[in-house]
Ligand binder design. Structure first.
Ligand SMILES: Nc1ncnc2c1ncn2[C@@H]1O[C@H](COP(=O)(O)OP(=O)(O)OP(=O)(O)O)[C@@H](O)[C@H]1O
Ligand SMILES: [Mg+2]
Length: 434
C-alpha cells in the first residue's frame, strides 16, 4: 500500500519508465491536492496529438497503479489546460521540480497558507532579524529582550515585534503593565480585514523605559487589555479580498503592516520574535518578512537536530535553500555553566554535520567554485558555528524580565549574552561600537 512519503519516489519511478517519450507531452504539472491525491495537468495540445495521447495514457496508467489511494481514478486523473494556464502553474513560485525531470514540476497544495519554500527577498529597508527556534522554551524571547536593550544602550532605535501570537509574552519583558499600548498586532490584522487598520495603527506601539540613549519601540501581540483575543486570533489568518476579487494572504498583510510601521517609526533595526516549531506563523516570520538574518536557537539534543533536519530537507526538496542559507545563523542557547567549552564544541560538531549534509554544497570547505557555498566545521564565521548564550541562574527564575533588565548589571548581560550581542552589534551597531 502506498503511503504519503512514497508518492514522490513512486512518481519518479513511473516517469523514469517513460523518460524517453516524455518530451512529447511538453510541460507536465503534478498536482498533489489537499487530500494528497495526485493528478496531472498537461497542455490541451496533447489532445490533438495521437502519439502524445498514447504516452499520456501510459504514464497515467502507471501512476494509478503505483500510487493507489494517492491517485485520482484513471478517468479523472488528467486536467487539460491552455498553454498560458499551464505555464502560469508550471512557473509559479509554489511549484518545485521533480528531481531529475526538467519538464515535470510538482505543485503541492497545503491546508496552511505558510510556505516554507517561498523565500521573500531581503527587505530593502533597515535590517530585520528573526529570532526562531525549532523547540520552544530555549530563551529566545529573553535573548531578544536583552538584544533590544543592548542595541538601544548603544544609541540605536530598535523596533521589536511580538509575533508569537499564540503565546505572546515578549512585550511583558520590555514594558511594565501600565505602559502597554492599547492595541497589538492581532488587532491590526483583524481591523485591516474591514479596511479599519488606521483606527489602531498609532496605538499599537509603546516605547520602553529600559533604553537610555536609543529607543525601543515595542509592538505587542495584543494590547493592555487583550479583549476578545481568542476570537481575534481566529481571524488574523484570513486573506483579504479586494473589490476585484484578488486575495492578499495574511502573511502579505503582515508584511504590509511591518513596512508601514518601519516607515512611521523609522527604526535602525527590527527584531522579530517568531513562534517556535514548524508552524504557520513561524514560516511567515522566517520566509515572508524579508529577514536579513534568521537566528536559529538550538540546545544540544536529538529533538533539536531532527527538527532542523526536517526543515532543511524540505528547503532542499521544495526549493529555497539557495535564498535562505546565507541568512541563517545558529545560536547555542542555555550553554551550561559546567563544561561550557565542551558543550559548545559538541554543539558545533553536530551543527557542522547537519549543515554540511543539508545546506552546504559538496565541495572542499573554503574553496570557492562559482556561487557554491561551504564552510569548514570550525570556521567561526560559518552559519553553523554557534553564537553562544550562557545559562544563568539570574535569568532562570524570573517573575519579571522587565524589572530584571531595569536593574541589570551590564557586565552580567555581557557575560550571558555577550557572544550574541557582539555579533549583532557588528552587524547593525553604529560605527563607533563596531
Ligand atoms: N540565559 C538563560 N539562562 C537561564 N534561564 C534562562 C535564560 N534565558 C531564558 N531563561 C529562562 O528560560 C525560560 C524560557 O525563556 P523564554 O521565554 O525567553 O524562552 P522562549 O524560547 O522564548 O520560549 P517560548 O518558546 O515559550 O516562547 C524562562 O523561564 C526564562 O526565564
Ligand atoms: Mg518566547
Amino acid at each position: 500500500m502506498t503511503t504519503f512519503d512514497q508518492i514522490l519516489p513512486k512518481l519518479d519511478g513511473v516517469f523514469e519508465q517513460h523518460r524517453h517519450r516524455l518530451a512529447r507531452l511538453g510541460s507536465i504539472v503534478v498536482n498533489r491536492d489537499l487530500n494528497s491525491r495526485i493528478r496531472l495537468i498537461v497542455s490541451e495540445v496533447v489532445l490533438a496529438d495521437l502519439e502524445a495521447e498514447g504516452v499520456l495514457r501510459g504514464v497515467v496508467a502507471g501512476l494509478v497503479e503505483a500510487l493507489g489511494p494517492h491517485a485520482w481514478p484513471q478517468e479523472r486523473s488528467v486536467l487539460f489546460a491552455s498553454e498560458a494556464e499551464l505555464a502560469s502553474i508550471f512557473y509559479s513560485r509554489d511549484s518545485f521540480e521533480l528531481e531529475g525531470f526538467d519538464t515535470v514540476r510538482v505543485i503541492d497544495r497545503l491546508a496552511t497558507e505558510g510556505s516554507w519554500a517561498r523565500i521573500e527577498p531581503i527587505s530593502p529597508g533597515v535590517p530585520r532579524i528573526v529570532f526562531y527556534s525549532i523547540k520552544g522554551g530555549v530563551g529566545r524571547s529573553t535573548a531578544m529582550a536583552a538584544s533590544a536593550w543592548s542595541l538601544a544602550q548603544a544609541g540605536l532605535r530598535v523596533m521589536v515585534l511580538d509575533l508569537d501570537l499564540e503565546s505572546p509574552g515578549l512585550s511583558s519583558a520590555l514594558l511594565p503593565t501600565e505602559r502597554r499600548p492599547q492595541y497589538g498586532i492581532a488587532d491590526w490584522l483583524v481591523e485591516d480585514l474591514v479596511d479599519n487598520g488606521d483606527a489602531v495603527f498609532e496605538e499599537m506601539v509603546a516605547t520602553s523605559t529600559l533604553s537610555h540613549d536609543g529607543e525601543i519601540y515595542v509592538i505587542p501581540a495584543h494590547g493592555r487589555d487583550p479583549g476578545e483575543y481568542v476570537a481575534k486570533l481566529g481571524r488574523v489568518w484570513m486573506p483579504k479580498v479586494d473589490a476585484q476579487g484578488d486575495q492578499e494572504g495574511w502573511s502579505r498583510r503582515l508584511a504590509r503592516l511591518i513596512d508601514a510601521l518601519e516607515a512611521r517609526w523609522q527604526p535602525d533595526v527590527i527584531l522579530i520574535d517568531s513562534r517556535a516549531g514548524i508552524d504557520e506563523v513561524a514560516s511567515s516570520c522566517v520566509t515572508d518578512l524579508g529577514g536579513a538574518l534568521v537566528l536559529l536557537f538550538a540546545i544540544d539534543g536529538e529533538q533539536t537536530w531532527s527538527g532542523y533536519r526536517i526543515l532543511f530537507q524540505y528547503w532542499r526538496r521544495a526549493g529555497g535553500v539557495g535564498e535562505i542559507r546565507e541568512r541563517l545563523q545558529l545560536v547555542g542557547a542555555m550553554i551550561p555553566e559546567l563544561g561550557a567549552t565542551e558543550y559548545h564544541e559538541g554543539l558545533c560538531e553536530q551543527a557542522a554535520d547537519l549543515f554540511a549534509n543539508e545546506l552546504y554544497d559538496a565541495i572542499p570547505p573554503g574553496e570557492v567554485i562559482g556561487e557554491r557555498f561551504n564552510f569548514d566545521a570550525t570556521d567561526p564565521g560559518a552559519p553553523h558555528y554557534p553564537w553562544g548564550i550562557r545559562w544563568n541562574r539570574g535569568f532562570a527564575v524570573l517573575h519579571s524580565l522587565h524589572s530584571r533588565l531595569e536593574a541589570v548589571d551590564p557586565t552580567e548581560v555581557k557575560m550571558v549574552f555577550g557572544d550574541l550581542l557582539d555579533n549583532l552589534h557588528n552587524l547593525v551597531g553604529p560605527e563607533e561600537i563596531r
